[in-house]
Design a protein around this ligand. Sequence first.
Ligand SMILES: Nc1ncnc2c1ncn2[C@@H]1O[C@H](COP(=O)(O)OP(=O)(O)OP(=O)(O)O)[C@@H](O)[C@H]1O
Ligand SMILES: [Mg+2]
Length: 253
Amino acid sequence: MRRRQIYEGKAKIIYEGPEPGTVVQYFKDDATAFNNQKKGTITGKGVLNNRISEYLMTRLESIGIPTHFVRRLNMREQLVREVEIVPIEVVVRNIAAGTLVKRLGLEEGARLPRSIVEYYYKNDELGDPLVSEEHITAFGWANTQDLDEMLQYALRINDFLCGLFLGVGLKLVDFKLEFGRLWEDEEMRIVLADEISPDSCRIWDVATDKKLDKDRFRRDLGEVEEAYQEVARRLGVLPEAGPIDIKGPRLMQ
Ligand SMILES: Nc1ncnc2c1ncn2[C@@H]1O[C@H](COP(=O)(O)OP(=O)(O)OP(=O)(O)O)[C@@H](O)[C@H]1O
Ligand SMILES: [Mg+2]
């Protein structure tokens, strides 16, 4: 079936959905880092992120967080409600890592005094700059009410995911969320959109602090595929047939 492609991003392709108001997210194996300067592929990543994001969004729905997720369609695709993406990335941090370490001269791995929420303006040309609530409301990227709703959801999501990950021996160091506006008969709702996966989270093993996320790719730490598989395995969503399954169909010669 030929479908209209709406958008091709760095990690996913968005296609027109089968019903109005829906789109299909296709998860690629492509990986980028440092604002697109580093490019590569992580074999099987798309399949695993599709499963991991499905699982986490479904669990979040069950505690009353509205999300765009409708259903998984196949190994690499999921049906989601089409939203107008709020051009703000909401980052929640529990442990010092990444740009926070550089910006404030902290030690990587230090437990933060409390969870810290940051906002970044989604703009590739500018390299997704850190912005404050003042910038967001002054430039109209989101209003105070939307922003407050996003903040409250982000904190609830953090509490829930920290517990869920800890239950399987994983530390949720930090993560990025995207929200969107969903219109239902004249009413607008803010819902969680995009994905939650080892591409958008920092996840460490509780016992060893081993990194099990995209930092293995960013920093050339090796065992990148294995890290994504390990997260999927611990969450109980590794496809049955394992790594063979996730390489997808192979042409028979
Ligand atoms: N439910 C949704 N409806 C519409 N767009 C969505 C939805 N969920 C996610 N998106 C958007 O679809 C795109 C997914 O592609 P991908 O994650 O590969 O983009 P990206 O390379 O990170 O680029 P971007 O800077 O646009 O996020 C993103 O732009 C994301 O904001
Ligand atoms: Mg993205």
